[in-house]
Design a protein around this ligand. Sequence first.
Ligand code: URA
Length: 220
Amino acid sequence: MDDAVERAAALREYAEQTASCTKCALAGGRTQVVFGSGSPDADLMFVGEAPGFHEDQQGVPFVGQAGKLLDRLLGGIGLTRADVYVGNVIKCRPPGNRDPLPDEIAACEPHLFRQIELIEPRVVATLGNFATKLLSGRPAGITRVHGHEQEVTLGSRTVLLYPLYHPAAALYTPSMLKVLEEDFARIPEILERAIESPVVNDDPAPVIEAEPESVQLGLF
Ligand code: URA
């Protein structure tokens, strides 16, 4: 079996396991777990916040208005959803689309880290504050760090993290949309750089730390 086939099979198997997750209270209110979608072999992965109403109904991330904007931004750099992988910090819809709670983020963190480990992206673009704070391991907000790529080690993988404004926030704020478009335009160059000179992790950390990072860092 070639690598891509094995990777797709491993990701599918993990998605099947995750479909019955009851690690947090969101399991009680969801229609289904929204695991993620796109290419299991993607060099570029996007991580949003949490599924909304439409995502919960359809089982696919970013299918509402924010997703349409994400598709348009991808098209602007010559990519489609099939070229990338899209997931979220938490995989079940919070009631009324409220912000994810710290215990929900902590419970779901191993799922995201496992996805990243299986997909092995070179660049992880975080959409908004929740994904950026969790995966950068730093409390600095998106307004300060958007558009600045940084090397981070996520489980056993060192990647370039590229924080971006969340498309939902940019939908109704033209100035933010302009910044998001400018930051997006840099993705091809960042991706090319990460593919040509992969960031190397000389000292792999344990795949999943005993205490979730979100708790260790006291981010919330
Ligand atoms: N917003 C997100 O952060 N994720 C989705 O899947 C949809 C909207």
